[in-house]
Design a protein around this ligand. Structure first.
Ligand SMILES: [Zn+2]
Length: 98
């Protein structure tokens, strides 16, 4: 009964493994710029809002500039829509096709 088992529960929790474990749930950052104050920043999915209209012309994403507080609205192309929805951005459908 001399088998010494060292209990080290916190072992292996390196920064790398912590990051690797977070990968699936880590917030996606979207780079955006404010046309008002020309500030550039990164926004989490929760700070963005995506509105999908009937056509690409009425499809846009919006956010509030963290610098000057202006509400910015920008047209969202197909790729941006894909990127935003894939990143967990709240999507609002302006035009119901169903
Ligand atoms: Zn701004």
């Amino acid at each position: 009964m001399s088998e010494s088992v060292t209990s080290s529960g916190a072992r292996g929790m390196t920064v790398e493994s912590a990051f690797a474990g977070m990968r699936g749930v880590s917030p996606v950052m979207f780079r955006a710029g404010c046309p008002d104050c020309r500030e550039r920043f990164e926004l989490t999915a929760g700070a963005l809002r995506l509105a999908i209209g009937a056509s690409s012309r009425t499809t846009f994403y919006s956010f509030t500039c963290p610098e000057c507080g202006a509400s910015v609205r920008k047209p969202a192309g197909e790729r941006i829509v894909e990127l935003l929805t894939g990143g967990g951005v709240r999507t609002l459908r302006l035009h119901s096709t169903l």
